[in-house]
Design a protein around this ligand. Structure first.
Ligand code: NAD
Ligand code: DAU
Length: 342
């Protein structure tokens, strides 16, 4: 395995992954990205002149574009990050989620089959397992937890996982699936909870907390997700699913209060708004399989990860201010306009 095609490499986790791999391994990386609203080549400016890195603008739904890149760069493996990734957007409109997350994954699997590549890794999510009871803290998502999808986003990601499973069983292709919990860290698009709250607090705006703020998420620093993905790519067993998590459950409201505290701002900035429809109550991952079988463990605890993250957003206001202009603002009005007015 020498040449890795990273799809969706201009997004949050993909760009962190490319930088992590180039810094720690000797692979050539071909970043294949459509550059949707979430794709930003600025995320990769520090490595763009690295001889082992190439960018190709392309859509995973377009088979010819994928085939051409696979041939031109003698691709050995694909790591598929490309997706529509934001739950709220999937509630406003599911079409692009079905296109990219399901149809796009199908295209990649067909190319994998036809070209006989060495490996394919599908970057999936813990959201495919649905929601856990909040009063039974001992229950966690394992790889055996049944698929239960509650948002168009999670349904699209689960559909892709099922296709991967089918292509493994039917065609014996070298397919791996990872399912990770909520990521945070530098370069996360400020539509997701942590960067949105930091940006709003720094802008002196109200922080919109959905419902009672008591939904629970299990947070993992992005670089730890990246180290887990490369571990699975190199050492994982084909046809298997690997859960990845931080063993780090937080109520949303506590995260928001922590951010305000770190920024020296008051809790009067919090505004409770109408809940997300179908809002999953609790996610929590059991990472025992990847830890015991592959020897992976996270390097960052939440204290250090959130410190680095808040500092990064303070020092990189230009990055997120640019990102928050234009298309993003229109989306913001559509998603929050109605919630706040209720
Ligand atoms: P993101 O929205 O920041 O980035 C997605 C990237 O995919 C963007 O660069 C975008 O331009 C690209 N893209 C979208 N449609 C494309 C298409 N048709 N063809 C090619 N490129 C396309 O997403 P993220 O948060 O970095 O998530 C990456 C992956 O990890 C997703 O598959 C997501 O489901 C999964 N995941 C995310 C999290 C999280 O907390 N963010 C947790 C677990 C799993
Ligand atoms: O669990 C993994 C998933 O985590 C990934 O698959 C998704 O791609 C990623 O977006 C994320 O999904 P969530 O829906 O959990 O993340 P989000 O940051 O949108 O929301 C986190 C929690 O914060 C959730 O309970 C909703 C709440 N929230 C979110 C926003 C944007 C608010 O209270 N207010 C907000 O404005």
């Amino acid at each position: 395995m020498k040449n890795i095609m990273v799809t969706g490499g201009a997004g949050f986790i993909g760009s962190n992954f490319i930088k992590y791999v180039l810094a720690n391994f000797d692979y050539n990386i071909i970043n294949f990205d459509k550059l949707t609203y979430a794709g930003n080549l600025e995320n990769l400016s520090e490595i763009e002149s690295d001889k082992r890195y190439r960018f190709v603008k392309g859509d995973i739904c377009e088979k010819k574009e994928v085939e051409k890149t696979v041939e031109e760069y003698s691709i050995d493996a694909i790591v598929n990050f490309a997706a529509e990734s934001h739950v709220d957007r999937s509630i406003l409109g599911a079409k692009e989620f079905i296109n990219t997350n399901v149809m796009g994954t199908h295209v990649l699997l067909e190319v994998l089959k036809e070209k006989g590549l060495e490996k394919y890794l599908q970057v999936s999510t813990d959201e495919v397992y649905g929601s856990l009871p909040e009063d039974k803290k001992e229950i966690l998502f394992t790889e055996k937890t049944p698929i239960t999808t509650n948002s168009p986003y999670s349904a699209s990601k689960a559909s892709a996982d099922l296709l991967c499973n089918a292509f493994y069983h039917t065609f014996r292709l070298p397919i791996l699936i990872t399912r990770c919990s909520n990521n945070y860290g530098p370069y996360q698009f400020p539509e997701k909870l942590i960067p949105l709250m930091i940006a709003k607090a720094l802008n002196g705006e109200k922080l919109p907390v959905y419902g009672d703020g008591k939904n629970v998420r299990d947070w993992l620093y992005v670089q730890d997700h990246c180290s887990a993905i490369i571990k699975v790519l190199q050492e994982g067993t084909h046809g298997e699913v690997y859960n990845i998590g931080g063993n780090n459950e937080w109520y949303n409201i506590d995260i928001v209060k922590l951010i305000l505290d770190k920024l020296g701002k008051g809790e009067d900035m919090i505004q409770y708004v109408k809940d997300r429809p179908g809002h999953d109550r609790r996610y929590a991952i059991d990472s025992a399989k990847i830890m015991n079988e592959l020897g992976w463990s996270p390097e960052y605890n939440f204290e250090s990860g959130i410190e680095i993250t808040v500092k990064w957003y303070i020092e990189n206001m230009n990055w997120w201010k640019k990102v928050m202009s234009g298309e993003y603002l229109k989306y913001y009005e559509r998603n929050y306009g109605e919630k706040v007015n209720q």
